[in-house]
Design a protein. Sequence first.
Length: 110
Amino acid sequence: MADQQRRIVINLPRAPRPDETVGLNIVTGPLPLGAEIRIRTASGRFIGSASPFGRTDPNKQLIFQLSLSGRYINGSRLEIFADMLDAGSSFPRAPTEQELVSVTAWIVQQ
């Protein structure tokens, strides 16, 4: 299963409160039509996915924003896992460094 996922660890500036939201900025390289990068917490909770709509410029990065309730984060260390489904495939794989370029997070101030 480890070769089917990519582990990402983000150190937040502090532990979010349960009533706060953590925003995630997902930067991808160009993705093929129908491809989907899925993001989950370490416990398996689905956060969301990054999937292009229509044709994308092969020279440009794509940016997706997701959010996660602070109640699902223990402490200031956020561990998430990403997997990728190619169009027409039912078997996930780990996204490459060119497909999933970066993930950053911040605590949304209430």
